[in-house]
Ligand binder design. Structure first.
Ligand SMILES: *Cc1c(COP(=O)(O)O)cnc(C)c1O
Length: 380
């Protein structure tokens, strides 16, 4: 059996090894150290924000962003239904209730018109909304121009879940620089990785300082461990920050590689009836993290699930798009404003191997398998 091809494997090599070993040999093994400070500075500069706080995961960053904006029990947080569970889990950590907004058809991102209606309805019902948390799906930045305008009408902070979109932009401003606070993830499958890690980004220096304090057990600056608040152990270790610096120096190269993967699939499916490359064509808003297709099975004569089973037999990983949060059993008792788009994307979408580690012969292997599948499934 050929080795398995994954959706998005870590892309690490000699440079990462060198940075990691240098940090190890420098003796900065314990949490924090010069690589954490440098990683924060380099990322803040890259995204164009004043402050970056390195944390142990993107989920931890979401949690502290909500805590920092004072979101708590009884609050409603309006967020995208089309996302990974981490976004809505963090909302529950602080005792708030997520309210889910459905998607724009081209990108799967939060539909700003639905957001406006939801905020109006929630205000009319006297609900206490505390924040808006849009998500940049699969590397495509959400429409922050409209989302931030809608949120500001109600004086609400925007926490941008940019876990998937580092390197993308919207209206000429980088993903991660939109909103009052933004969150990045460096999990193993993201566009760059620290093996596990995340960051909180903000232009507010006091907010960043308070996040660093909360992330280190809310220790008062005295020798005897004085605490006046409950804190968290959420900082990124210095070794992992060193890995992150190596990855950040290669980010553009890795994005270019993923862009090439996207074009490869565009060509592969260009003549196939009923198949559309997901995410629209505005490449500036994209970092090409994952490439997905949407399959209209009545036009194609086969379904996304058929192709997924076929690829799996050939040891090629593919997956449906995120199952929307309003369809998840754990969030079945929450409210939402829906237009059917996210459910359709879940039912008709398929994400293909998209990592920057994929070599041309790997992509050729996927292409061969897809062609064989098409030859065997399309009615003559
Ligand atoms: C990966 C991801 C997260 C969580 O990041 P972790 O670093 O895995 O905790 C949050 N939101 C979205 C949209 C993600 O894709």
């Amino acid at each position: 059996m050929k080795s398995r091809l994954y959706l998005s494997s870590p892309d690490v090599g000699d440079l990462e090894e060198k940075y990691l070993l240098e940090a190890f040999r420098s003796g900065w093994i314990a949490p924090l150290g010069p690589d954490v400070d440098a990683f924060e500075r380099e990322m803040a500069e890259r995204v164009g924000v004043r402050e970056a706080v390195a944390l142990s995961s993107g989920t931890a960053a979401l949690h502290l962003a909500l805590v920092g904006h004072g979101v708590g029990a009884g609050d409603v947080v309006v967020t995208s239904t089309m996302t990974f569970a981490a976004t809505s889990n963090a909302i529950r950590y602080v005792g708030a209730e997520p309210y889910f907004i459905d998607s724009e058809p081209d990108t799967g991102n939060m539909d700003p018109a639905l957001l406006e209606r939801a905020l109006e309805n929630l205000a009319a019902d006297g609900m206490k909304v505390a924040a808006v948390v849009p998500v940049d799906l699969l590397g495509k930045a959400a429409n922050y121009t409209k989302i931030c305008a809608a949120a500001s009408l109600y004086g609400l902070p925007v926490i941008a879940d940019a876990a998937e979109s580092l390197g993308a932009s919207h209206a000429g401003k980088k993903a991660g620089a939109w909103g009052d606070t933004a969150v990045l993830s460096f999990n193993g499958n993201k566009i760059m990785t620290t093996s596990g890690g995340g960051m909180l980004l903000t232009n507010d220096e006091a907010f960043a300082a308070r996040t660093r304090y909360l992330a280190t057990q809310a220790r008062q600056p005295v020798a005897h461990y004085e605490h006046t608040e409950v804190g968290y152990n959420y900082r990124l270790s210095n070794l992992l920050a060193a890995l992150g610096r190596a990855q950040l120096s290669r980010l553009d190269e890795m994005i270019e590689r993923r862009r090439a993967v996207r074009s490869f699939y565009r060509d592969l499916f260009s003549e196939v009836p009923g198949v559309r490359i997901f995410g629209g064509c505005n490449d500036d808003d994209d970092n090409f993290w994952l490439t997905s297709i949407e399959v209209d099975s009545s036009a194609a004569g086969w379904s996304a699930a058929d192709l997924r089973k076929w690829l799996d037999k050939e040891n090629i990983e593919s997956r449906p798009l995120w199952k929307p949060m309003h369809l998840q059993p754990v969030f079945s008792d929450t409210s939402s404003l829906l237009n059917g788009v996210s459910q359709r994307l879940f039912e008709t979408g398929l994400t293909l191997p998209s990592g920057s580690v994929l070599r041309s012969d790997d992509l050729e292997r996927v292409a061969c398998s897809v062609r064989e599948f098409l030859a065997s499934s399309v009615p003559a």
